[in-house]
Design a protein around this ligand. Structure first.
Ligand SMILES: Cc1cc2nc3c(=O)[nH]c(=O)nc-3n(C[C@H](O)[C@H](O)[C@H](O)COP(=O)(O)OP(=O)(O)OC[C@H]3O[C@@H](n4cnc5c(N)ncnc54)[C@H](O)[C@@H]3O)c2cc1C
Length: 154
């Protein structure tokens, strides 16, 4: 049975896994996601902050548990740190348990996205945030509620 490893579990990675499972019920699929969350709509993040999307859950399309029901393995807090294309293996760091292991693949799909960069002038400003992930969303929402923020600059 072919084994597919997907690096990154948000829009690109999770959609690819779902589509692969639709096409092939047998194929062995594992997603490695270095962060806490998978399969959410980044595009909706500002709308939850603004209140148009009322429930945070509306931003989440799938979870590790719902993927497990479709026989897709999702490993969160697992970062792929190296690829060995000759031997078709990736090196994976299990961040929570501080251990590293190798995993073999037949097909490798890289969907690591990008990451926001705060402009240098704002690096030391505690009220300056970036918005790219659910973790960022949670930080911003907590700050707004904690400090009772009513004005912002984007
Ligand atoms: C606020 C906001 C609004 C947006 N609005 C729109 C819109 O209206 N229309 C539109 O078309 N697009 C919009 N986008 C862009 C769209 O959301 C992105 O293009 C899309 O999220 C990209 O998905 P991705 O899976 O490629 O990357 P990402 O969403 O960046 O996900 C990549 C994932 O890979 C993980 N990862 C990275 N490296 C590794 C590694 N080595 N090992 C394991 N995991 C790794 C990261 O932790 C991350 O979770 C918006 C984006 C944002 C942030």
């Amino acid at each position: 049975m072919a084994k597919v490893i997907i690096v990154g579990g948000v829009a690109g990675g999770a959609t690819t896994a779902a589509q692969l499972r639709r096409i092939d019920p047998e194929i062995d699929i594992t997603i490695y996601e270095k962060g806490r969350d998978i399969s959410y709509g980044n595009c909706g993040l500002p709308y939850h902050i603004g209140g148009e999307v009322e429930e945070r859950d509306q931003l989440v399309a799938a979870t590790p548990e719902s993927f497990a029901e479709r026989d897709v393995t999702v490993e969160i807090f697992h970062e792929v740190t190296a690829v060995d294309p000759d031997n078709r293996t990736v090196q994976v760091k299990d961040i929570r348990n501080d251990r590293t292991f190798d995993a073999a693949y037949d097909y490798l799909i890289l969907s690591p996205g990008g990451s926001p960069r705060l402009i240098p002038a704002l690096l030391d400003v505690p009220q300056a945030f970036v918005l790219h992930s659910l973790e960022h969303l949670d930080e911003i929402k907590a700050h707004i509620e904690e400090k009772n923020i009513t004005r912002a600059v984007v």
